[in-house]
Design a protein around this ligand. Structure first.
Ligand code: SAM
Length: 247
């Protein structure tokens, strides 16, 4: 998969060199290219923002540098067209389902903004030639979209074939499509079996795979009920039963 990120702070994306994503890049599974938006601003101050029409506080990112940057990354006469992801608190929520969808794309371009965001016409113009998703990573406001890009790239990268040592592990994750779609994963334990007087639940030491699966399902339901009752409400009684049988 190829990923391009255009930003006025490409150095903010340095963690993409580290750990799982860094290894995926080293293995050639992920081709990440960072671009400095200011390279497309040609005045002496390399200005990328201006005051908002209609007044109000803050600045808005100018259309010309963004259009030039996006066209340099994905030329208008290019053979393939990427999917453009614009992080914004006013976008659709980023979910595991969307991560799975994006992981199937060959090429993603991210356009993280600063200030009050990007002039709307850039998004409308890009949408005439490529799929554009405005995506929010949560109901809060960050200073800029770079952290949102890190979140999305990491969630997508771990789904790419060959990136995780054990591909099975994503199947049991919270939100994983299938049996876990509307469930949170329950607690996990490792050695020693007793630590500071606290014992690992005996069922996990039993070797009884059916009992372990049932225990994990029950824990997932309990944790979801406690922390995310909104997810449980999405399960019909029939679906809850199906999950029961699936484990
Ligand atoms: N005025 C904007 C609003 O209220 O929707 C907030 C702009 S924010 C200060 C600057 C940039 O940070 C946004 O354009 C976006 O790129 C990024 N950003 C902030 N919060 C985000 C979130 N929850 N999800 C994704 N991107 C976010």
């Amino acid at each position: 998969m190829r990923i391009d990120v255009v930003s006025i702070f490409p150095e903010y994306l340095a963690p993409l060199d580290v750990s799982l994503v860094g290894k995926a890049r080293a293995k050639g599974l992920l081709d990440v290219r960072l671009h400095q938006l200011r390279d497309q601003a040609h005045d002496v101050h390399r200005t990328v923002d201006d005051t908002p029409y209609g007044g109000g506080p803050g600045m808005v990112m100018k259309p010309e540098p963004w259009a030039a940057a996006l066209e340099e990354v994905a030329p208008l006469d290019g053979e393939s067209v990427p999917r453009l992801i614009v992080p914004t608190p006013s976008g659709r929520p980023f979910t595991q389902e969307l991560a799975v969808e994006l992981a199937a794309e060959p090429w993603l371009v991210f356009a993280p903004a600063r200030y009050e965001g990007i002039d709307r016409r850039v998004i409308e113009d890009a949408a005439t030639r490529m799929r554009v998703d405005e995506v929010s990573i949560g109901d809060y406001v960050l200073a800029g979209g770079e952290v949102a890009v890190l979140v999305m790239v990491e969630a997508v990268a771990r789904l790419l074939p060959g990136v995780l040592g054990n591909a099975e592990s994503v199947r049991d994750d919270s939100f994983a499509p299938g049996a876990m779609a509307n469930l949170l994963e329950g607690p996990v334990y490792t050695k020693p079996a007793e630590w500071r007087g606290r014992e690992v639940p005996p069922v996990l030491l039993s070797g009884n795979h059916g009992a372990i699966a049932r225990w994990r399902r029950d824990q997932a339901l309990a944790r979801t009920a406690e922390n995310r009752p909104d997810l449980l409400e999405r399960l019909t009684a029939g679906e809850a039963d199906k999950k029961d049988r699936a484990t």
